[in-house]
Design a protein. Structure first.
Length: 348
């Protein structure tokens, strides 16, 4: 993908690049996506010379410059929805425009704009599909395959991108109006959360876990401690302890009785919460323990507290050293045995 230009017109040109269109017809995300996808396979006529700059009033000056943002603006303009995006050829300006309006987050939705690179200034595409692991995008001035051939950075292509791709800066959310609420996607209530997920949905899940005694910091970051607490909850509810929060785990959370302010009020033998205080925290493990799943939880919690460990389910020398270091830090008995007192500190 090519680096986006500054988005500013040459000296003496107009209008200012952050001016928005005045169109009033709020189109749907799917109309914009359909318009953009119709262009898949279009290739520039020469280096950065394409048909989109001249078709957008106010962006004629951007001809012969990197045109990924120009293509996005063109797609919205074609659907009479230019007021949903900034009139600019610059990705960094585009990302800033969404941030300033509170329309930017790390969670993708269908119809969003995905920005890449530092401050979102490298590249931009339109999100066409979202699942638990990937997003599908359509974009211009990018690379892609078509009819068995691969082209580098010269046209409009649709492709899959991993959601944990390090180049992704974040997502701008066009304010689709009226009955054009954001299209259903993994970023909504049915999103499958897992380690690495971030955002409001993770915050809500952390709050739910805390009702059962997890003691998590509600920061919207699905890290090692949230992962370990999720698996412990799943085991207590007799679910597959995979650390992924999907429909079954959410349903279990909704139906699970809560203890008093997260304290255990239920029988750990039955697996009913406050599971995280009554079941997990009464288990005692030590070097050589064969309880692989609980050792893995221990290792995740230790990692969440800053100790570098592999999550391999083996209570070996490295895990023992980390446990003792943690116990010393917490000023509790340093014996390498993980019982109620150590669990309490780990979950705190």
């Amino acid at each position: 993908m090519d680096v986006c230009d500054s988005g500013r017109p040459p000296a003496g040109k107009s209008p200012v690049p952050w001016l928005v269109f005045e169109g009033l017809n709020m189109t749907t995300a799917q109309n914009v996506i359909s318009t953009a996808k119709h262009e898949v396979g279009y290739r520039e006529k020469a280096t950065n010379h394409q048909k989109y700059s001249s078709a957008v009033p106010g962006l004629e000056w951007s001809q012969n410059q990197p045109w990924c943002m120009t293509f996005v603006v063109w797609a919205f303009h074609e659907c009479d929805a230019g007021n949903l995006v900034p009139l600019t050829a610059g990705c960094e300006i585009g990302a800033s425009w969404f941030r300033q309006r509170g329309l930017f987050s790390p969670t993708p939705h269908v119809g969003d704009l995905v920005f890449y690179g530092p401050d979102g200034g490298t590249h931009v595409e339109i999100v066409t599909e979202v699942n638990a692991r990937q997003i599908r995008t359509v974009g211009g001035n990018t690379s892609g395959s078509l009819k068995g051939r691969y082209y580098a950075g010269d046209g409009v292509y649709e492709k899959w991108i991993d959601r944990d791709e390090s180049r992704i800066y974040g997502y701008g959310h066009p304010a689709y109006g009226g009955d054009d609420t954001r299209a259903h996607s993994e970023g909504d209530a049915d999103e499958i959360l897992r380690k690495g997920s971030t955002g409001p949905a993770v915050e809500a899940w952390q709050k739910d876990l805390n009702k059962h005694g997890a003691g998590l910091v509600v920061d919207g970051d699905f890290g090692d401690q949230t992962d370990a607490s999720t698996r412990a909850f799943q085991r207590a509810m007799k679910l597959d302890a995979d650390g992924e929060v999907g429909p079954k785990t959410r349903a279990a959370m909704k139906s699970a009785p809560q203890g008093n302010q997260g304290d255990a009020g239920a029988d750990s033998a039955t697996g009913t919460p406050g599971t995280l205080k009554s079941a997990q925290r009464t288990v005692v493990i030590e070097p050589g323990s064969s309880n692989v799943e609980v050792v893995e939880d221990l290792q995740r919690l230790l990692r969440g507290n800053g100790y570098e460990l592999d999550v391999d389910g083996e209570f070996g020398a490295a895990t023992l050293a980390a446990v003792k270091a943690f116990q010393k830090k917490m000023k509790i008995t340093v014996d390498g045995v993980v019982g109620p007192q150590t669990w309490e500190k780990l979950y705190a």
